[in-house]
Design a protein. Structure first.
Length: 149
C-alpha cells in the first residue's frame, strides 16, 4: 500500500522560519530509518505558499492565483511517499517521527489510489496508457533517456 504523509504547515513554516540544526539532524536520522526499512520512496520539504501558485479550473478557463494562501492549517509544508503493508504500519511509523515543527504540528496520512481501485471505469486502453507512464518513469529513474532501451 502506498501512502502520502503530509507535514501540515504552521505559521512558522509559512513565514519561512528554518528548522533548527537539531531538528534537521533528527529528521535526517528518521529518514534514514525509513529508507533502511524499505518504507520511504521519496520526500521533501516545501517552501512557503508565498512562493507558490495555484491554478483554478472552471471549464475551459484557467486562473493563476499567487500565494500566499489563507488557512495555514490546511497547507502542506512537506511530504513523504511511503510503501507500507497497511495503514496501521504507516501510523506506527508516523508516531516515531520527531515533531516536524518547533511547536504543535500535525501529520496527515492519505492512501494513494491503485489501478485496481478504479474497477470497471478503468478500460484496458486507459490502463495501458497509465502503465506506459509508470514504465517510462521507472526507466527515467534508471538514468536512461526517453527512447533508449
Amino acid at each position: 500500500m502506498r501512502v502520502v504523509v503530509f507535514v501540515k504547515a504552521t505559521e512558522d513554516s509559512e513565514q519561512g522560519v528554518m528548522p533548527s540544526t537539531e531538528l534537521l539532524e533528527a529528521m535526517g536520522k528518521f529518514n534514514e530509518e525509513l529508507v533502511e526499512a524499505g518504507i520511504m520512496v521519496s520526500g521533501d520539504g516545501l517552501k512557503p505558499s508565498s512562493a507558490g501558485k495555484r491554478i483554478a479550473f472552471d471549464g475551459p478557463s484557467r486562473l493563476v492565483i499567487d500565494g500566499p494562501f489563507a488557512e495555514t492549517k490546511e497547507l502542506v509544508a512537506g511530504y513523504w511517499l511511503w510503501n507500507v503493508k497497511d495503514l496501521d504500519e504507516a501510523i506506527a511509523w508516523a508516531k516515531r517521527c520527531p515533531n516536524p515543527m518547533p511547536g504543535p504540528s500535525e501529520l496527515e496520512i492519505r492512501p494513494l489510489y491503485e489501478m485496481e481501485d478504479f474497477g470497471e471505469v478503468l478500460t484496458p486502453e486507459a490502463e495501458a496508457i497509465h502503465q506506459g507512464v509508470r514504465d517510462r518513469l521507472a526507466r527515467d529513474k534508471t538514468g536512461k533517456k526517453t527512447g533508449e532501451s
